[in-house]
Design a binder for this molecule. Structure first.
Ligand SMILES: *Cc1c(COP(=O)(O)O)cnc(C)c1O
Length: 387
């Protein structure tokens, strides 16, 4: 085993991936520099079309980051202060942040213990006369179970805003065998091109995906100061744009997204087989209805061992991360007396049990073998001590 490979294990390896794509990426950036079309340049329009085609969607509207995408989507759908928006308690804060910023009311629901995503059953229990929208988050790369959710949201005339920041390229299969890309199933999908996402640019970036062309026109307007015609502001908007330089990078990387996701799936399958016999370790559960693109490879570990395992990995130079250590309803900024500790037992337990391992497009089997053997040693030792 090469020393540098195992000394150099990272959660994400952006550098090696860049080196692989360097000629194409450098040329795309140089072209943008030569054209100096830095704002709303040709590469942005091209990327919007490319991503729409890639996802079999009618329209893509790019914006400055994934958090803005969620905010713009909620503005574009006309959500108003006081409207309730249902979100999983176990997700990244961005999902909830924009709800609060717009004066909407976040309503948390618990998540499925296997997929870590919200369920129609839990959403149904949270419905009130003020509920206007639901935000399924396709956490870690796997779709929430959309079919039962859509039945519920259609019956109650609710908007569905998919947070697809971690699952771009994932696909959901309906009972009738039809398949749709994550992000195109609800009214609008919101994604991020943060560098470490499955499709990442070299700075911040985001996009909204929709089949509704009127909504797409409105989103485009809102992202650009509420104007369709320069200096005529029809509605209140914001300034949220994807830089042309970032679009140029994304145009190079998009054709590789299926390969990137496949490389992550291969790495995940390797972890699955290395870890399946390890006592106490639960590897990711993949459902029949969704592919998993492994933005994260997330284990669950008994609560009393999780932090010890993380420290043990660290002592062997192996990074790991806890996404996310505190569910949203327990975050000081989002405290709401209706949802005290104990309200969402699955989210609360997961926050104490999840551990995400290094996964990216450049993983090599030797690194994964080392990681698995360090985990196995720790868990087997612990089991002996407990026995
Ligand atoms: C990354 C992420 C976002 C936000 O994206 P930014 O581009 O960082 O604003 C939103 N939701 C989820 C689930 C994410 O992982």
């Amino acid at each position: 085993m090469s020393a540098t490979l195992v000394e150099n294990i990272q959660m994400v390896d952006l550098k090696t991936q860049y080196q692989r794509l360097k000629p194409e990426i450098d040329a795309a950036i140089q072209q943008c520099l030569d054209r100096t079309d830095f704002i709303n340049g040709g590469a942005v329009r091209e990327f919007q079309q490319n991503l729409a085609a890639f996802l079999w969607a009618n329209r893509v509207v790019t914006c400055a980051n994934g958090t803005d995408a969620l905010q713009l989507a909620m503005m574009g759908l006309g959500l108003k202060p006081g409207d309730e928006v249902i979100v999983p308690a176990f997700t990244y804060v961005a999902t909830a942040e924009v709800i609060a910023l717009l004066g909407l009311t976040p309503v948390w629901v618990d998540v499925d213990p296997n997929t870590f995503t919200l369920t129609a059953e839990n959403v149904e229990k949270a419905l009130t006369s003020r509920t206007k929208a639901v935000v399924p988050v396709h956490l870690f790369g796997q779709c929430a179970d959309m079919e039962p959710l859509l039945e519920l949201t259609t019956a109650h005339k609710l908007f569905v805003i998919e947070d697809v920041a971690q699952a771009l390229g994932s696909e959901y299969e309906f009972a009738d065998g039809s398949v749709e890309s994550a992000g195109t199933i609800g009214h609008v999908g919101c994604t991020s091109f943060f560098p470490s996402k499955n499709l990442g640019c070299y700075g911040d970036g985001g996009a909204m995906i929709t089949n509704d062309t009127d909504l797409a026109d409105r989103l485009q307007m809102i992202a650009n100061h509420g104007q369709r015609k320069k200096y005529i502001h029809e509605i209140i908007g914001v300034n949220s744009r994807l830089d042309t330089l970032q679009a140029a990078v994304l145009n190079v990387k998009l054709p590789h997204l299926h390969d990137f996701n496949r490389q992550r799936q291969i790495a995940a399958a390797c972890y699955d087989s290395l870890l399946k016999e390890v006592p106490g370790i639960q590897t990711p559960v993949v459902t029949a209805s969704s592919s998993h693109v492994y933005h994260q490879y997330t284990l669950t570990v008994p609560t009393e061992m999780r932090d010890g395992l993380r420290a043990h990995l660290q002592s062997h130079g192996i990074p790991s991360m806890v996404y996310y250590p505190l569910p949203l309803h327990l975050q000081p900024a989002y405290y709401d007396a209706r949802f005290p500790a104990g309200s969402f037992p699955v989210a609360e337990r997961l926050s104490q049990q999840v551990l995400s391992l290094p996964i990216h497009t450049e993983m090599v089997a030797e690194q994964q073998e080392l990681i698995a053997s360090v985990i196995s040693d720790f868990m087997t030792d612990k089991k002996l001590i407990q026995a």
